[in-house]
Ligand binder design. Structure first.
Ligand code: URA
Length: 235
């Protein structure tokens, strides 16, 4: 965006007034004085000083819930021609990013935002945010297997925190489990299920800290409501 626009959005002055501030040589972009009009800045990368003080644009914070389909990765860039979740969010100008990860082969609730602070609060293990998954696993785990889940089991050399697990449905050769964890280790649910001898066939995240996917169709997204954002910020 144009420098004077960026300055206006940062509350420095009107656009017109910002132009005269630029022409007066009072503005630096990335430590270089800019005293002509027409220069553009990238609000996410460039550092702008006015009278030797850094200025920051007031950002419009946005919060999105996506029902991620299997086959999409939660990285920002697509390496090796993979499909990325950002491809599913059209018409949003802000630079949003996924809050935490979901494996390519996992579906379900993914939050995206441009609010780094909230993203940190939702993903840092210290805050113990509960994430609930539905997992179709091979076979039907018995009680002693489920107890291992509840007590903690060793994956990647470290014991997991206590997890909640319940068998929701029993099929002939598989079962549907509800699993709640508050850590976010790499492929944690898959590794835990494998450990007890019931590998995951399908995995879907259905809620994060009580915020549920409900009937949002697969591949679709929506903005969080004001109440939902308020609730998350109070966690
Ligand atoms: N646990 C997993 O194994 N995969 C996910 O995508 C999320 C949690």
């Amino acid at each position: 965006m144009r420098l004077q626009h960026y300055m206006a959005k940062s509350g420095i002055a009107s656009r017109r007034k910002s132009e005269s501030i630029i022409l007066a040589g009072r503005v630096m972009v990335n430590n270089q004085i800019v005293d002509r009009l027409g220069v553009k800045v990238d609000p996410d990368r460039d550092i702008v000083h006015v009278d030797n003080r850094v200025i920051k644009m007031e950002r419009h914070k946005i919060y999105i819930m996506l029902n991620k389909p299997v086959g999409y990765v939660t990285t920002m860039k697509n390496k090796h021609d993979q499909k990325i979740v950002l491809d599913l969010i059209r018409g949003v100008e802000e630079r949003i990013f996924p809050v935490g990860r979901l494996d390519q082969d996992t579906s379900g609730l993914l939050l995206l935002t441009n609010d780094g602070y909230l993203a940190h609060r939702l993903t840092h293990p210290r805050y113990e945010i509960t994430k609930v998954y539905e997992a179709v696993v091979r076979g039907i785990p018995n009680n002693s297997k489920l107890m291992k889940f509840r007590k903690g089991l060793k994956i990647d050399g470290r014991v997991t925190a206590r997890a909640y697990v319940k068998v929701l449905k029993r099929y002939k050769d598989s079962s549907l489990l509800e699993i709640a964890i508050h850590e976010g280790r790499n492929r944690q649910v898959r590794k835990m299920c494998k450990y007890i001898g019931h590998p995951v066939i399908e995995l879907k995240r259905i809620s994060i800290s009580g915020l549920a996917l409900d009937d949002l169709p697969i591949g679709k997204w929506r903005y969080l409501t004001k109440d939902e954002v308020g609730y998350l910020s109070r966690l």
